[in-house]
Design a protein around this ligand. Structure first.
Ligand code: GTP
Ligand code: MG
Length: 356
């Protein structure tokens, strides 16, 4: 999974990036054009417990890639904002960081300002593409009937997104089916992405108060979540040893880090789940979209497993732990034999039988 970190200049994006990815990218300066990148292993207690049982040679958690870009604000000019935001086209989830710790006009106004930048970036892409498609269709002669039909379809989807963006709403407020999503997937529209708004608090600032300004937003706008955390404090805690961090948190009266919920929320918003493979050689977590069937899930492991898929032996992670071994689980009758079309559930342990 890829998570993009975006927001107004100085909102605390790089601070949050450092906290999430245990990096030491420089903060407070004017950010350069190149994004900060880092890959982080996703902690998962379920996988840890499977590894404790199997004692595998390799323990392989899922990975998240964080992309931290420079700040974007009105007045920068559409071209330079577009160049920064283009780095976020391929991410699965957008973190929209709001600098609640320093905001002059209030976090809600900051949110609206930055959302406008995202909307404008999407709109300018749409306008260019619509002009081009209309011209091509007018010229007529070019292309087979199937190609023309595809262009009409694309124009239709873009034509539904455009007025919504012009009215100041994100593209994700339009309900699109899987085919429609596919038609426009290559644009990587920013306001179409699942978005987690992160309210970046001052150390002593109350999250509840700031969150109340965003009340209802997550419910009203699809694929949108909101959470609050003290980014700078989280970054500083991350630099301490676990013992020192625990002591520091106790002194501050903080119960624990909120960083874990950023990744959990991102998984939830992007409708991603994990399944596992477990054995003496390797225990490993795999990330798939909710609703993925067993054959496609097998393809995540290796294309041969999808191509030569026979069936999958499936058991939930906690049932496997309860049984104590695969053999014991089978004896209990807890291991199910599932075909290609089986929809993999979060926490399933899969053993794919295949033949190529
Ligand atoms: N008090 C407080 N200060 C913060 C917090 N987050 C960031 N800062 C400070 O705000 C300044 C900017 O932080 P950065 O993380 O560089 O912000 P940014 O959004 O990456 O900035 P650009 O990339 O330049 O747009 C730094 O001086 C940080 O120490 C926070 O949660 N609380
Ligand atoms: Mg930065």
């Amino acid at each position: 999974m890829q998570i993009g970190i975006a927001g107004l200049p100085g909102a605390g994006k790089t601070t949050l990036f450092n906290a999430l990815a245990h990096q030491h990218a420089s903060v407070g300066g004017y950010a350069g054009a190149e994004p900060n990148l880092a890959v982080v292993k996703v902690p998962d207690e379920r996988l840890d417990r499977l590894s404790a049982l199997f004692q595998p040679v390799k323990h392989t958690p899922a990975e998240v890639r964080f992309v931290d870009v420079a700040g974007v604000a009105g007045g920068m000019g559409q071209d330079s904002s577009a160049a920064v935001l283009a780095h976020l086209r391929t991410v699965d989830v957008l973190l929209q960081v709001i600098g609640a710790f320093q905001s002059d006009r209030g976090p809600r106004a900051d949110f609206e300002d930055f959302s406008l930048e995202l909307q404008l970036a999407d709109l300018s892409q749409i306008e260019k593409r619509v002009d081009r498609l209309e011209k091509e269709l007018r010229l007529g002669a070019k292309g087979t009937p199937a190609e023309r039909a595809a262009k009409e379809r694309e124009l239709g989807v873009l034509g539904r997104l455009r007025p919504v963006l012009e009215a100041g709403q994100p593209a994700r407020s339009v309900a699109l089916d899987a085919d429609e999503h596919k038609t426009i997937a290559s644009f990587g529209f920013l306001t179409l992405k699942p978005t987690l708004i992160v309210l970046n608090l001052a150390d002593e600032q109350s999250g509840a108060e700031v969150l109340s300004e965003f009340g209802g937003l997550a419910a009203d706008v699809p694929l949108t979540g909101v959470l609050a955390l003290p980014g700078k404090l989280e970054m500083e805690l991350g630099e301490l040893s676990p013992e020192d961090a625990a002591e520091f948190m106790e002194a501050l009266g903080v119960s624990g880090s909120e960083l874990g919920s950023v990744t959990t929320e991102a998984y939830r918003l992007a409708e991603l789940i994990s399944f596992f493979t477990a054995g003496d050689d390797e225990c490993r977590a795999w990330t798939i979209r909710r609703g993925t069937n067993a054959q496609d899930a097998a393809g995540e492991i290796h294309s041969d497993l999808a191509r030569g898929f026979i069936r999958a032996e499936v058991i939930r992670w906690d049932k496997l732990l309860e049984a104590g071994s695969e053999a014991a689980a089978k004896k209990h009758g807890w291991v199910r034999q599932e075909g290609k079309a089986y929809i993999v559930a979060d926490g399933d342990v899969l053993h794919v039988l295949f033949n190529v």
